[in-house]
Design a protein around this ligand. Structure first.
Ligand code: FAD
Ligand code: MLT
Ligand code: ZN
Length: 492
């Protein structure tokens, strides 16, 4: 794929010079790996290109410098210097963000957390994980397994995204339905303010009602207020057993019926419920080797995960408990579904989950993609998708999928290939801001979980009251008066 959008901003930040680079080399441990520079713009550092390019290949920044600090103290020194010199900074985690928030739009310095990848420890008494921000989510999953615990968040980008990036975007993902958001589960955080002040809140007390809970300002702030360097996160037990089923349905009313039945009947044993439509399923078939065991003739598909939390049961008893749950659910929905399959082992579980999780890869391979991430009243999902399909006609393949259990629909629309930028831009004018106004009419959110970044920044104010935006801007002004943190993200 080609890079399709290059932002060039006319801003009043200082221009990076050799003295700045030398300063950073002087303050950072192991400067040979901590400072990646190409001040002359010779293209000699291909490594920099990765820091400049977003996951969707839509943005290509022009940063000449990526810094890779190894401690909170180093982050503090970097920011303090950048603030005094008026140098703009983009915090970057695993760079898997989908809204153009994690890369420079111009020549901002990239502050990567990828060397801050130490897990601090796990408190078994209170099931609290303490970690540096640059640890990859999958590494945390593997680490916690030895204690029988898991992070409260999980998502398809687990192999690359950092927990710090998850916090900075308040990432949702497939477990939110059961285990709630990172706002709910984060009980400690260290953040560094643009002037270098370290806000250390790592005591990680379950109960601490002493004033404003400042940590929440940084969760979901998309790198616009400071840099998250450490976190303490409450972790749930790994269920004693779990299994997954895939259902096929012929209309959306039936999807809603299965959702209601699953919530009612499975109650706390329901740990995930997801959906995807036929176009998303076809996209999966056309661009991945993965195959849907229920085929391609149905209008909707749902993935339902059931867990059992009783650790006193034997493995056989657990299997039986889960089986009974699914058979009970089947009884309730047997006249509603067209087809269904229950995984028989862990590889089938993975195969069912892949049907849902690899859709993102399918759309990406189809071509340039409009990627929307909305919260909407569930009954509006089909009409909403139809309206977008009507707008785009045959120019794009449009599909809907997502976290139906918490009202979050991902709408993806891909044009063929990556070389028709003109068409993409024409369609973008048709879609935006129209689609965001439609979300507002339906009283939804223009970002359920991916954040605002730079792609949605121009439309952010459509979806929030003036008063709320005004308070947010005041907070930004207090914490980052020079506006060095992630410029043009969140606020246009
Ligand atoms: P980055 O992409 O590097 O950064 C994201 C934002 O956070 C940027 O604004 C950046 O400046 C800021 N940031 C990063 N680290 C810090 C820090 N330490 N301090 C301050 N600011 C920081 N999202 C969901 O919510 N749910 C999903 O189910 C989901 N699935 C995904 C599946 C795939 C295949 C992909 C590619 C993405 C998916 N995402 C999902 C998008 C999601 O935002 C990210 O995967 C993840 O949360 C971002 O983490 P990251 O470390 O890659 O952050
Ligand atoms: C997902 O739920 O698969 C992710 O949020 C990524 C996407 O929206 O494509
Ligand atoms: Zn998602």
């Amino acid at each position: 794929p080609q890079i399709i959008l290059v932002h060039s901003q006319n801003r009043s930040y200082s221009k990076l010079n050799q003295d700045d680079v030398n300063h950073f080399k002087g303050i950072l441990n192991k400067p040979e790996v901590a400072v990646i520079e190409d001040l002359e713009g010779t293209g000699s550092s291909s490594e920099l290109s990765g820091y400049n390019t977003d996951w969707l290949n839509k943005l290509k920044g022009n940063s000449k410098l990526a810094l890779r600090p190894s401690s909170t103290e180093e982050v503090s020194q970097i920011l303090k210097y950048c603030n005094s010199r008026q140098l703009a900074v983009v915090p970057q985690g695993g760079n898997t963000g989908l809204v153009g928030g994690s890369v420079p739009l111009d020549d901002e310095i990239v502050l990567s957390l990828n060397r801050m990848n130490n897990i601090i420890g796990f408190d078994k008494n209170y099931s609290i994980l303490k970690t540096q921000a640059g640890v990859v989510l999958e590494k945390l999953i593997e680490y916690l397994e030895q204690f029988g615990y898991m992070p409260p968040v999980d998502l398809g980008a687990r192999g690359s995204c950092h927990i710090g990036g998850n916090l900075a975007t308040n990432a949702g993902g497939i477990k939110l339905l059961k285990y709630n958001s990172l706002h709910a589960n984060t009980i400690g955080l260290t953040a560094v303010l643009p002037d270098g002040t370290i806000l250390d809140n790592m005591r990680a007390l379950r109960k601490d009602n002493t004033g404003y809970h400042l940590k929440h300002l940084f969760i979901g702030s998309e790198g616009t207020l400071g840099v998250i360097t450490e976190a303490a996160i409450l972790c749930p037990k790994i269920p004693a057993a779990h299994n997954v089923a895939l259902f096929a349905l012929d209309n959306f009313d039936k999807v809603e019926e299965v959702l209601r039945a699953s919530k009612d009947y499975l109650s706390e044993n329901l740990t995930a419920i997801e959906f995807f439509d036929s176009e998303s399923n076809n996209i999966l078939k056309d661009h991945t080797k993965h195959r849907n065991p229920l085929g391609y003739s149905h209008n909707y598909y749902m993935v339902v995960e059931v867990s059992n939390f009783d650790n006193t049961s034997t493995a056989e008893e657990n299997t039986k408990i889960i089986e009974d749950k699914f058979f009970g659910l089947f009884e309730k929905i047997s006249t509603v579904i067209e087809d269904g399959v229950i995984a028989q082992d862990s590889s089938q579980r993975e195969a069912i989950w892949n049907c849902r999780e690899r859709i993102v890869e399918g759309f990406f391979k189809e071509g340039m993609t409009f990627k929307y991430d909305f919260s909407l009243p569930i009954d509006k999902f089909p009409v909403f998708l139809d309206k977008i399909r009507d707008k785009l006609g045959d120019h794009a393949r449009t599909g809907g999928y997502g976290h139906i259990g918490d009202g979050n629909i991902h709408v993806n629309a891909s044009i063929k290939g990556y070389d028709n930028l003109k068409l993409f831009k024409e369609l973008q004018k048709e879609l935006e801001p129209w689609v965001f106004s439609l979300v507002e009419d339906y009283e939804g959110s223009i970002s359920a979980e991916h954040g605002i970044g730079s792609f949605k920044a121009p439309y952010f104010e459509l979806n929030k009251s003036n008063k709320m935006v005004s308070v947010m801007k005041q907070i930004k002004g207090v914490l980052d008066p020079n506006g060095i943190m992630n410029p043009h993200k969140l606020f246009d």
